[in-house]
Design a protein around this ligand. Structure first.
Ligand code: BG6
Length: 442
């Protein structure tokens, strides 16, 4: 069933995010019938567009002309929406610099956007605990938590949404999902690109703020949370929060890629980290004693996000007398290819009893037809439906900042060669991330 009668207001509509991601996602949703023809998109910004020139600017297909309009500035914005139709809800997407979120929310409220309004904002939500709390407190003066949708686009990735299904819809995995059976969890999020044109933002942020505080702690929470009592967003958030509460960071090392300081807008003496590796524990009965490792960085030669669950080795008996048998592993391939691999021991055919590790692969590309919807389509659609499952709560954001606080702006990063995963500064048996990189490559 299509979603009908929604107005979608895009603040910052002449900017890059709107043009690259939001408008194409909305066009796709109109075209595939997810949102009905009585929905309306209103672009808003400082730029001086008419409805026609805005449609031209975003390359709107002619058949959607009656669905897309433009309004310059805040004055009269609410009346404009009202004048365009009788909408049962208004979604406002702030494609704006994060520093503008607080004041814009206030201005929207005063302009008339109050009931049946949902506000979507995208990270960063503050730059540390205090600023995140301040932002949340300010937003809460005008909008309730159920009206605020904080995007973490990792949660909308298809392979990430599947983590809870894998864990709780398969009876073979949940009995072993604990520290009695699992030796470690390793989360890798690698990027080939450096800071590119985002130096001004990134240098004030660093990879820990940019990736760990939000995306990677969210992944960790999904991987380790208890089963929620239901699939409603509150129950899921409650369980994720319990993991964040129980999380303790034990070790953290930072590095910076060679040449970073010569990138556009980066100061010669910048100490911002472009790579980080962390060790964490989750102090719950289920997870006590099992380390979680996270490593993430820019300019490390490959775009690859995966999660490696290593199970404890079998006893040094029978097939593993010398202790050399590899661990069983479950690998969640998040991107670029998506799927799951299970690595297990197999007798080499023809040998007496030589054993090697073989893989069982599930790949989205071969198991399912059709393209996977782009993250923003899913997020916009959910916000219109009023489903907050894939959005992050104020409390989760604040708690993540609190946990990560001692590791922000550590300074004095080691330097690593551009294009390589840096040498680890921790004593970890890192599983080679490339070992499984080809599992779902066709
Ligand atoms: C963003 C970060 O949140 O996530 C970027 O600000 C990073 O620095 C990006 O490149 C990675 O997202 P994805 O979906 O490409 O892994």
């Amino acid at each position: 069933m299509s979603i009908n009668c929604s107005a979608i207001v895009i603040m910052g509509a002449s900017g890059d995010l709107a043009k690259r991601k939001l408008i194409p996602a909305l066009i796709a949703l109109f075209e595939n019938g997810t949102i009905a023809g009585d929905c309306m998109v209103l672009g808003n910004g400082r730029s001086d567009y008419t409805d026609e020139s805005f449609r031209e600017h975003i390359g709107l297909p002619a058949e959607l002309s009656d669905n897309v309009y433009y309004h310059q500035g805040m004055d009269g914005l609410f009346d404009r929406v009202k004048g365009l139709g009788d909408f049962n809800k208004i979604i406002v997407f702030m494609a704006l610099p994060p520093a503008a979120y607080g004041n814009t929310a206030e201005a929207l409220y005063r302009e008339g956007f109050q009931d049946n309004v949902r506000i979507i904002i995208e990270k960063p939500f503050g730059v540390n605990y205090d600023s995140a709390r301040k932002l949340n407190d300010h937003l809460k003066k005008f909008y309730s938590e159920t009206q605020i949708y904080r995007i973490d686009h990792y949660l909308a990735k298809e392979a990430v949404q599947n983590i809870l299904v894998f864990r709780f819809a398969n009876s073979i995995f949940f009995p072993v999902w604990n520290s009695s059976n699992i030796e470690s969890i390793q989360i890798n999020a690698f990027e080939e690109i450096g800071v590119e044109s985002r130096g001004a933002y990134f240098d004030k942020s660093g990879i820990i703020r940019d990736m760990v505080q939000n995306h990677l702690l969210q992944l960790l929470a999904l991987l380790t949370m208890e089963a929620p009592v239901s699939l409603d967003p509150e129950s899921i958030r409650h369980q994720k929060l319990n993991i964040l509460r129980a999380l303790s960071i034990k070790d953290c090392h930072i590095q910076q890629y060679e040449g970073y300081r010569s990138e556009e807008t980066i100061p010669d003496d910048s100490e911002t980290e472009t790579y980080a590796e962390l060790k964490m524990n989750i102090d719950t009965y289920r997870w006590t004693g099992m380390p979680v490792y996270i490593r993430t960085g820019k300019a490390v030669g490959r775009k690859l996000t995966n999660i490696v669950i290593s199970f404890k080795k079998v006893p040094q008996l029978l097939f593993n007398k010398d202790g050399k048998l590899d661990n069983n592993r479950i690998i969640f391939h998040i991107q670029p290819q998506s799927g799951i691999t299970i690595g297990h021991s197999t007798k080499i055919p023809g040998s007496d009893m030589d054993i090697t590790t073989t893989d069982m692969d599930f790949c989205y590309a071969t198991s399912f037809d059709g393209t996977v919807p782009e993250a923003y389509q899913k997020l916009l659609q959910d916000a219109m439906k009023g489903d907050q499952t894939l959005f992050v709560s104020a409390e989760e954001t604040e708690l993540s900042w609190k946990k990560i606080a001692p590791y922000l702006d550590m300074g004095s990063p080691l330097i690593y060669p551009k294009g390589q995963i840096p040498l680890s500064q921790m004593e970890v048996n890192w599983v080679d991330p490339d070992k499984y990189a080809n599992s779902c490559r066709f």
